[in-house]
Write a new protein. Sequence first.
Lengths: 276, 121
Amino acid sequence: MTPEHIELLAALGRARAGVRVEVEKPYLIESRLTPLARREGFESIEALINELRAKREERLIWAVVESLCRTETTFFRGREAFAALRDGVLPSLSHRRDAPLRIWSAACATGQEVYSAAMAAAESTGLAPGARFEFFGSDLSERCLEKAQSGLYTQFEIQRGLPIRMLVKYFENQDDTWTISPRIRQTVRWRRINLLSDLSALGAFDVILLRNVLRNMVPSLRSKIVRSLTMRLASDGVLVLDPEDDASELSDILKAAPGGAGLYLRDPTIGTAAAA
Amino acid sequence: MKTCLVVDDSRVIRKVARRVLEDIGFDIAEASDGMEALAWCRAAMPDAVLLDWNMPVMNGLEFLKLLRKERDGDFPKVIFCTVENSVARIREALDAGADEYIMKPFDGDIIQAKFAEAGLL
């Protein structure tokens, strides 16, 4: 790839999805685009980029942008956050709601995060009697969402982060393929969402997980995205970021919850979410 | 330094596991079957046992059941590491007192994740 190719890809990622393409690591870009080039029948990444420049076909542009996004994830990644949801946040919120608790994994990649949240809810004690949940998984990538929706994982995937007792409780296997149980899978709804788009039609959520995202975004867009998601939180809702994410610029709308697990409480004095 | 007894009849697996576990700070002892492992444990209980299932002389499950009956035998965290990957087998291991379970093939990340899950890191 030439420097012009890399700059074109960086500009596309930035403009379409706010993604920070690591231009200093061309090998990473190549490793992400090579499978796409192969699937699309191009003999090289250069041929793919040339086609992109020549025809500017929307479908191919989005396929490239989706491929540039990081999708690495594991079950219960950052386990302290899920323990906090299970033991504190979900029981507490459940006693304040008659309607189902709405929990959104905003960049769910291949689904491990939203399924982990669903399992954490299933393991939670101290919930209000009859507490109900609605889980939502969204991502920019249709391919990731297809895999997430299937609930099928390899033996390698289920061994990263998933305690063995949870595996035998919530999964079934056939040879080396593991399927999450229908009672968990059926609680999750899926949708392709670009976090840069208008999110106001989505309604209000009690918990939003936005993890492994901000560090991969263009710095100037990070605050915008967090503000946009915070406005989708119920007035006593909780936003879950990575513990390493710097939310100091957002102290006017978010207050860090004790414990340092990346949980933030929405400041109840700011405007209410549109559909709350 | 924590100690881990690696029990596997494959010298290659023992060598790979040793390398991974030494990198994350464990002192390693090795045994090639359950009987040998039991002798190690009677001499000095390790903090952890990484345990194959199918081995000659005494298999991993038999070893685990006997270990848990030993004095201080409930002390070591036992992590199975085996090709046995059915839910029934995993339940059998958990019922016998296993703390975690790795399905082969494995890599360093999986070992590290499972040892962390068992509270060893």
